[in-house]
Design a protein around this ligand. Sequence first.
Ligand code: NDP
Ligand SMILES: O=C1O[C@H](COP(=O)(O)O)[C@@H](O)[C@H](O)[C@H]1O
Length: 591
Amino acid sequence: MARCYSLCSFPTSFLSPSSFKHEGYLSGRMMVPGRTNTPPISRGYPSFYSRKEFELKSSNGYPLNAVSFPDGLGGKSSTEELVENRMKDGSVPFSEPGKAGSTVSITVVGASGDLARKKIFPALFALFYEDCLPEHFTIFGYARSKMSDEELRNMISETLTCRIDKRENCSDKMDQFLQRCFYHSGQYNSEENFSELDKKLKEKEVGRLPNRLFYLSIPPNIFVDVVRCASHCASSANGWTRVIVEKPFGRDLESSGELTRCLKQHLSEDQIFRIDHYLGKELVENLSVLRFSNLVFEPLWSRNYIRNVQLIFSENFGTEGRGGYFDNYGIIRDIMQNHLLQILALFAMETPVSLDAEDIRNEKVKVLRSMRPLQIDDLIVGQYKGHSAGGKFYPGYTEDPTVPNDSLTPTFAAAALFINNARWDGVPFLMKAGKALHTKGAEIRVQFRHVPGNLYKRNFGTDLDKATNELVLRVQPDEAIYLRINNKVPGLGMRLDRSDLNLLYKTRYPKEIPDAYERLLLDAIEGERRLFIRSDELDAAWALFTPLLKELEERKIAPELYPYGSRGPVGAHYLAAKYNVRWGDLGGENS
Ligand SMILES: NC(=O)C1=CN([C@@H]2O[C@H](COP(=O)(O)OP(=O)(O)OC[C@H]3O[C@@H](n4cnc5c(N)ncnc54)[C@H](OP(=O)(O)O)[C@@H]3O)[C@@H](O)[C@H]2O)C=CC1
Ligand SMILES: O=C1O[C@H](COP(=O)(O)O)[C@@H](O)[C@H](O)[C@H]1O
């Protein structure tokens, strides 16, 4: 995480917690009529730091506090003037630098659940461990389960690991972190219970400008209840209040629109942080860097040179434990409509005006709106069936006790999508996503066109595809970016070979890569919206998939069965062949 690492690379005296202050920004309850809650960061306003030249980078590489305070007194800095002016007009009550600072309270709603335990609390600890959290912060777990603070701490401590070097003993840090974690038990639709939470939050926030972040790690049917109660009874009185919303954001265009409408009765769009954790993955972040900061790629980034793009997701386990949720959604909604489509939009967008969140999100929306809705002929669906291997039986999807026996829900899908704009006209964007396959991974594969009039064509035999240049971004596991090129085998003859120019992260960057949730939580705390989904993006994404999802369900299209642990249904090959494409991940040697 560049910003934190750049923070950590300062001399240690700069790293004292007191140099890390996030000041509060906007007064009022969650929804402030006539005013958006855009924080200082994305508008280029400063945050306050006590040290000259202290610079904390946001995840888009922009300095968050593009300001340095003058040494000594004498004259007002532009920052101080800005603060003073803003306070005079009453609109933005920053707290004064140097006086009582701000605090951030992070409430994990659904704290007893799987996601909270496995991802959210560990990510918060990792941020704390890296000194990336503000100096003053408190974490609250909220759920119906009865638990004491101590029990919550015990639960959390089971999943915490030391961040940089797993062998390092960081029990002191863990203890410090756990001491800042508290629990409140309550119903999700009880204003009274949220008022009790508010009281407890205030006790921790006393004397500081309170900022509040709520993470909705709960089933979607209770999102609106929680937002209503939190907004009425537990939002910050004079700091910012933000809400991270987990997917699924509805199950089609209508239900997603309805969810957005309901949330917006209590929140402004700027307060809603719709999370897609794939946008927080290191390699997905690197996609734009690779493209926009290397001369060698951007000129090739169009239909003129790119033959097809493949977005591939696979898991080598089934819906174990999540069958109840999954059966109502299926793989298209679970993975394609969000994770893979988000990557596609980032991949295919035009150059944004800047790295500002709105500029990037504007470009992504344009791509999504230029796409034609997915056609049923460009889709194949599959479902895994039970399979025995190595003396063990792997049950099929419908053998999961939480899944109906006659379920037609796809656990695998492959699709061909097209972008009807000048850059991408006619280029197939192939997506493939499946559970219970032979391997776990996610990658972006770019296959380039054949070299026209290739002088060496006879060296490749009859299959020119063997000479295809391919750029692969392996998102996980074993993060890597590699470029497949053709080269001569050393020697007196003229034998050609395909080799990989390989940037393998674990050899180039031996440090552990931060989890996606770390980056996204930090961005939400800092008010950086670039990696969160705006409501018009969401609408455009659903518009592409909704007609097809309805058709699949109305026509009760049966998925092609594939054995647990296999490479998926053969239909995926026919679909690719229809567009003269071969899946790059099934291409043989070290593909
Ligand atoms: N788990 C994962 O890997 C991922 C999850 N998500 C999404 O994140 C959110 C949380 O996921 P996860 O932690 O797995 O969910 P859980 O099913 O574990 O639910 C979280 C908590 O919500 C409460 N809860 C569960 N069901 C209900 C219900 N029907 N009514 C009221 N409260 C309920 C429970 O707390 P209590 O009973 O104590 O109140 C539970 O501990 C979901 O929206 C999910 O779709 C997204 C990506 C990945
Ligand atoms: O959002 C989801 O993602 C996970 C896969 O996430 P990863 O970071 O482990 O690749 C997937 O298992 C789950 O079904 C889906 O809801």
